[in-house]
Each structure stands twice: as C-alpha cells, then as structure tokens.
Design a protein around this ligand. Structure first.
Ligand code: NAD
Length: 265
C-alpha cells in the first residue's frame, strides 16, 4: 500500500483527494499536513493514522509519496521534505514563482517529482486537441483564453491557462509571444501574435477553460469544464501511483497517460 502524505489536507483539493483515496485500496493517507490554524476541529496531532501536522518533514519517511495541493510555500516545503527524506512528490499547487519552481527542479535531482497545473484527463485531452487545431489553422488566427474560477482562487491567471499559453507558444514556435491580460481604454487594434488571457472570478466555479481561435469570418472554441474536484483528485492519485515506482527525475501528467516506459527527464 502506497503511503501518502497529504499537504494542504484541510483545503478544497486536500479534501477531494482524501475522498478519492478513501475509495482506493492500493493507497492510504498516512499523514495530513496543513497550517495549524486550519486543522479541523478535534484533529489529532502526532501519532499514527489520522495524524495532522504542520511540519511535512516530520511526518515523511523514505518511500512515501507526498501529494501537495496547498500553494507556493507548501509546495516548497513539500519539495524540500521529499528530497531530504527520499519520498516522491506529486504537486498541483499553482501561482509558483521561478524560485519556487527551481526548488522543485532541485528536488527532482534526488527523487521523482511530478507537477501538473491541472490533473484532469479532460484538460490533458484538450491540450492534445489544441496542438492539432493549431497545426491545421493559419498562424494568423487570433488566440484568446478565457478561464473562470471560484471567488476564493488566489492566483490569476490560472496555472492551467498559463500551461495553455505555453502550448500555443510552442506550437507556433513563438516562445516570446506577448500576453494580454484584459483590455481597457483606447488600446487600438489587436497586434498579431498576441495571446489574450482573461480571468473571470466568482461563485463556486471549479474550473472552466475556453480556448478561442478566431480567423476571417469564422472562429472555433475548445472548452473544458471541471464540475467537481474529483476530476483533479483521481488524476493526482494516478500520478501518485506512477511516482511511487518511478526513478528520480521530473515528470508531467503526460508521462502518466503514456504509461510505464523510459523514465526520467
Ligand atoms: P484551499 O485554499 O482550499 O486549500 C489550501 C490548503 O493549503 C489550506 O487548507 C491551507 O491552510 C493549506 N496551506 C497553505 N499553505 C500551506 C503550507 N505552507 N503548508 C501546509 N499547508 C498549507 O485551496 P485549493 O482550492 O484546495 O487549491 C490549493 C492549490 O491547488 C492552489 O494552488 C490551486 O490553484 C491548486 N489547484 C490545482 C489543481 C490541479 O489540478 N493542479 C486543481 C485545483 C487547485
């Protein structure tokens, strides 16, 4: 049985992972990590089984898989603990700075690290479809990404939207294609090659991403709607199973979807 250390366990995603893991026989939540102020009422601290802790390193042992959905600081702490203890890491935290990412990359030199801005299978499929569509439409078509999330989301644009932007840049061999976050005032005509990214926030939207591609007199739209965090939680557990036996290195969800094969990057 794979021992999971869940970082951000009291949060929306942490609870979704907990629920998904409850239905799986091959992995078990060994420890729950969160900020002490957010421990649920009556949570036991220390000990085995239902243990809650605010110190990921203290509850992680060699061979564990840390699953992190907390935020930039939690992701950094999880990466340091994984490297120090010899545990694998699956992280979905977004809003990371380049320095945060460097901490994850550093850990991947010692243990298996898998990062994804979106763990749903539907987004993985949308990204494949986007690659094909961009190869089939003229490079002059304009790309605008509209994402919607619940009112509590901290980072904008979403990590998924930024991944989609990178996909567009890569498909068009334009790594420096400029981003446009919203438009206001007399901004003039749309410069060619720009990628628009627009963040809508409100209510309880779990995650909605639209990629709009607009040409002369026609446009098309690829859209994914996550209705329930279970979509992310099941993908994260599939990733946990994958890294549990993977060699040290850097992995993405595509490695999980491809299945076992040459590993490490
Ligand atoms: P949330 O605010 O509901 O939960 C985050 C939890 O992490 C909170 O309980 C908080 O106390 C805890 N936390 C914060 N800093 C911590 C630290 N340093 N150490 C330990 N615990 C800490 O947020 P959420 O909606 O569950 O999202 C969490 C993260 O996951 C965000 O970055 C979000 O963008 C990301 N997310 C990723 C995916 C994906 O598929 N990759 C999907 C949904 C959300």
């Amino acid at each position: 049985v794979i021992r999971v250390v869940l970082v951000g366990a009291a949060g929306r995603m942490g609870r979704a992972v907990e629920a998904a893991a409850a239905g799986a026989s091959d992995l078990a939540i060994h420890a729950r990590v969160d900020l002490r102020a957010n421990f649920p009422a009556g949570a036991g601290v220390g000990g085995q089984g239902e243990a809650w802790s605010d110190d990921v390193q203290a509850v992680t042992s060699a061979g564990d898989v840390i699953v992190d959905f907390s935020g930039p600081a939690g992701a950094r702490a999880a990466a340091a603990a994984a490297a120090a203890r010899g545990a694998a890491l699956v992280t979905g935290s977004t809003g990371l700075t380049p320095e945060d990412e460097a901490t994850l990359r550093e850990a991947a030199k010692r243990v298996a690290v898998l990062r994804a801005s979106n763990f749903s299978l539907g987004i993985a499929a949308l990204r494949l479809a986007l690659r094909s569509v961009l190869a089939a439409v003229p490079a002059s078509w304009d790309v605008e990404i509209v994402e919607r999330h619940h009112r509590m989301k901290k980072d904008s644009p979403s990590g998924t939207a930024l991944s989609l932007v990178e996909d567009v840049r890569a498909a068009r061999a334009r790594p420096d294609a400029p981003l446009r976050h919203g438009r206001e005032g007399l901004v003039g005509a749309r410069p060619p090659g720009e990628v628009g990214v627009h963040s809508v926030r409100g209510g309880t939207w779990v995650g909605d991403h639209q990629v709009l591609l607009a040409g002369e007199g026609e446009w098309l739209e690829l859209r994914h709607v996550a209705q329930d965090r279970a979509a992310f939680a099941h993908g994260a557990l599939a990733a946990a199973r994958f890294v549990a036996t993977a060699a040290r290195g850097w992995y993405t969800l595509e490695d999980v979807l491809r299945g076992p094969g040459p590993r490490g990057a």
